[in-house]
Ligand binder design. Structure first.
Ligand SMILES: *Cc1c(COP(=O)(O)O)cnc(C)c1O
Length: 547
């Protein structure tokens, strides 16, 4: 098929010349698009380009997403959610009253809607009773019916299970006269890898991704189709002009700034942990007949005592998704924050409070000098991931996390080409603010101290979580720096931390070795903070030593 993939497209699309939207905006004098010469009021930097049409596929955003998905920009079509990509696939490839799509029900409802809107018919190869895919039946149907598009949703919505890469390969091999569309809306939550990498082997493999789920941007509307550049070129002929509003581009670029990625991943890990906890807890419930293991951020379950369950959910104003029209007695519950899940679980567990609140804090802080994302988790020390660009500083922050018994994800993209000052100071401010948030109003007035001996060095730390910042430092470092870390930044870090955390921090340190002395300060502060974070009694976090 030398004319591939044109030969797959609708005849009208093969012959269509793309609508000429203006290309990348330049510094030229633009008298070509009947725009207003003035930005709309009120004038500020965020609206300065609102009077100009955006790029058809905004280049910076396309580059950023290509980077995140590990492909080249020409492999991407950006649209208003993965939903728009589904619609564009149908309109590009399926001739009304002639072409077919294949899907495996129960699955994502919009495959059906988009096919019906376009007038394509639907071949359904239902999932087996255990919701696994009947691959031999799918292969037979592809051979018999030659669907233009075969939709596979992995992890599947609403069942939550995934296909293996091997199964997807088999379907790609069989689809000689069509495309295989793998909807990976939930892939980030899955134990399986994305199949984007398989595209080098199968040019008929199309992958859909979205920023609505893991990246928390459902309200912004941004999804992408990842495919062979020739497929993308066809789809771009069908995509309406200028589909990505400038405010959307700005919002996405901000939410996906390099510093935020570590926090997105750490939130993803929280969701996975919560999913497994909710799964386990649902199993003992009087309202649950059966739960299905999930690779996504939701759980499908078969319910019992349904009227009572629905009554209690309604009384508590908790909504879950009713799937009874497609699967008798089945419901789907999305995984929320630990606090939200606890509310839902208290219904399923008959009012008994089963879980402990997770205390987390998150701060995103961006200035001209630094771009910082930090997440702390006082109840789960498992994840410690730190990257500030200063090796020694990373190591010191790890010491605070380890000795403080807290999870810490922290990324700082700072102006290190100038010096390390802003990176260290701003990191302290963001870290302190995140700790304060995690402690919430449960942080009482507490006084903690710790003496940290290290070889010849001794650091004595006293911390008072009084809400009032104060800082005292006593110590003289024998050398001016350790690596790129200036010794004077050690007291400055704790001063900034005390300010942002609202704590009085007193440190006195003696020794002959600057590295040891700084390390003793960080470890000692971690140790002194540990009892402040400890939970005392039951599931109510409180601080010891109330005054
Ligand atoms: C949520 C969802 C989508 C839609 O994603 P948007 O990018 O928000 O349009 C696509 N596919 C599946 C399976 C989904 O569950």
């Amino acid at each position: 098929m030398s004319d591939w993939p044109n030969s797959l497209a609708r005849k009208a699309i093969q012959d269509l010349k793309a609508y000429s939207a203006r290309g990348k905006s330049t510094s030229a004098l633009h008298l070509d698009a009947n725009e207003s010469p003035w930005a709309p009021p009120p004038a500020d930097s965020s609206t300065s380009a609102f009077n100009r049409y955006p790029g058809q596929q905004p280049q910076d955003l396309r580059n950023r997403l290509a980077d995140i998905y590990g492909v080249v920009p020409e492999q991407l079509m950006l649209g208003r959610g993965a939903d728009e990509a589904i619609d564009i696939l149908l309109r590009t490839f399926c001739e009304a009253r002639q072409d077919k799509i294949l899907l495996c029900s129960p699955t994502f409802g919009y495959f059906t809607t988009a096919a019906q809107v376009q007038g394509a018919s639907i071949t359904d190869v239902p999932l087996a009773d255990d919701f696994s895919w009947d691959i031999p039946a799918v292969l037979n149907a592809i051979e018999a019916e030659s669907p233009k598009l075969t939709f596979l949703c992995s992890p599947n919505n609403p069942t939550g299970n995934s296909l293996s890469a091997g199964q997807i390969q088999q379907v790609c091999q069989a689809s000689v006269n069509g495309l295989v569309v793998v909807d990976e809306a939930y892939i980030e939550f899955s134990s399986q890898n994305s199949v984007i990498a398989l595209q080098s082997e199968f040019q008929n493999l199309v992958v859909l991704r979205t920023l609505s789920k893991m990246y928390a941007l459902a309200g912004v509307r941004m999804g992408v189709c990842v495919a062979d550049p020739r497929i993308i070129a066809l789809m771009l002929k069908v995509l309406p002009p200028y589909p990505i509003p400038r405010p959307v581009e700005t919002a996405v670029m901000k939410a996906l700034s390099p510093a935020t990625i570590a926090v997105h991943k750490s939130r993803r890990n929280l969701i996975r942990t919560e999913r497994d906890r909710v799964f386990a807890e649902l199993q003992g419930s009087d309202f649950v007949e059966k739960t299905y293991p999930s690779d996504a951020n939701f759980i499908l379950f078969k319910a019992k005592n349904i009227d009572k369950m629905l009554g209690e959910l309604r009384a508590a104003n908790v909504r879950i998704r009713d799937f009874r029209s497609k699967l008798p007695d089945h419901f789907r519950i999305s995984i929320g924050s630990a606090e939200e899940n606890n509310i839902a679980l208290s219904i399923f567990k008959g009012g008994t409070k089963t879980a402990v609140n997770k205390r987390t804090g998150e701060v995103f802080r961006k200035t001209n000098e630094t771009d910082i994302a930090v997440q702390v988790n006082l109840d789960d020390p498992k994840t410690v991931k730190i990257s500030t660009g200063i090796g020694f500083f990373d190591h010191m922050l790890e010491q605070i996390a380890k000795h403080g018994g807290l999870g810490l994800t922290l990324t700082c993209d700072g102006d290190l080409e100038i010096d390390s000052h802003h990176t260290i100071e701003d990191t302290a401010l963001a870290f302190g603010a995140a700790l304060k948030q995690a402690l919430g109003n449960k942080a009482g007035i507490g006084r903690y101290g710790f003496v940290m001996p290290m070889d010849e060095t001794q650091a004595r730390i006293a911390i008072d979580l009084s809400g009032r910042p104060a800082f005292v430092f006593d110590g003289n470092f024998p050398t001016e720096s350790v690596g790129e870390f200036a010794s004077e930044m050690c007291p400055h870090f704790f001063q900034s931390l005390s300010q942002a955390l609202g704590a009085s921090i007193q440190i006195s340190v003696d020794g002959d070795n600057t590295h040891h002395m700084i390390e003793a300060c960080f470890k000692g502060v971690g140790r002194a903070l540990r009892p402040a974070f400890a939970k005392v009694g039951g599931d109510i976090p409180s601080t010891k030593g109330l005054l």
